[in-house]
Design a binder for this molecule. Structure first.
Ligand SMILES: [Mn+2]
Length: 287
């Protein structure tokens, strides 16, 4: 059984936003550019954390990052590493043993760095693709579980959590709902494998966002707080005050993070999201 609170459950709520240094591909990452340019502005808006979407550990080397984080008063809440699969083909479920071992090794390298940063590691696209054919699917999921156990066992003594994100049916073939992801967590059987929730995906897949937040509560302290259209909260039709009331009820103390489309542009989305997170924080903490 997973414990009530993971080893990395922060004592305080963190308001975070997604950042990547790589220009190009359109993705739900509002801020793209050099960390030295982005982080001071992010701190100025009132965020106290960032999640970094990167592919190689050298992208987040101490020389590049640590002094800057300290100067800005920012923490790194999470590391998103899916680009190692989408760009390089390194995935937990892939058949090629070299690519699979490469994914495990790369995630382990990230875990060493995540330990210093106090960050969690997301397990999204790095899962690799999973077939919908019955004969193939079992093997894909078995390889994924095996890779995950290796990474969890490496990360556990470092105090690092891996976070499995249920993702909507149009993007992946494996886990879409909290229930499906919790069943897989039980199968993997490692307490430092926890859930990353995302209200955009939950709005598509969950019968009730609020009931699923309650069900996931013992296993999750990180939420992508995103509106129905994947824009910043408040730009779509989800009820974030009710989300906050549920999180107050479950005693949530974790990270709210803006993994949102750069709409109408990245900084406008960033400014909007932090307003909503401040109101949610007041509700969650009952202040
Ligand atoms: Mn997400």
């Amino acid at each position: 059984m997973a414990t009530e609170a993971g080893p990395r459950q922060p004592a305080r709520l963190r308001a975070s936003i997604a950042i990547t240094p790589y220009p190009g591909k359109f993705a739900p990452i509002p801020l793209v550019g050099e960390f030295a340019d982005l982080l001071p502005r992010v701190a100025g808006l009132g965020y106290n954390a960032v999640e970094l979407h990167v592919r190689r550990p050298e992208d987040i080397s101490p020389a590049r990052l640590d002094a800057l984080l300290a100067r800005c008063g920012l923490q790194v809440a999470g590391l998103a590493t899916g680009q190692m699969f989408t760009v390089e083909g390194l995935g937990f479920s892939v058949k090629d043993p070299a690519l699979r071992a490469g994914a495990v090794e790369r995630v382990n390298e990230f875990a060493r760095r995540a330990s210093d940063l106090g960050a969690a590691i997301f397990v999204g696209y790095v899962r690799g693709s999973v077939s919908t054919e019955a004969g193939e699917r079992e093997g894909d999921l078995g390889r994924m579980a095996d890779s995950l156990r290796r990474c969890c066992d490496f990360a556990a003594p470092l105090g690092v959590d891996l976070l499995l994100e249920p993702i909507n049916r149009y993007e992946v073939n494996d886990f879409h709902t909290v229930d499906q992801a919790l069943a897989f967590l039980r199968e993997v059987g490692r307490p430092n494998l926890r859930l990353l929730l995302d209200t955009f995906h939950m709005n598509i897949e969950e019968p009730s966002i609020f009931e699923s937040l309650r069900a996931a509560a013992p296993h999750s302290s990180y939420i992508h707080v995103v509106d129905s259209n994947r824009w910043a909260p408040g730009f779509g039709h989800l009820d974030f005050e009710e989300v906050a009331r549920v999180l107050r009820e479950t005693g949530f103390r974790g990270t709210l993070s803006a993994e949102i489309l750069p709409r109408p542009d990245g900084w406008a989305g960033a400014a909007q999201a932090i307003q909503v997170y401040r109101r949610m924080q007041a509700t969650i903490e009952g202040t």
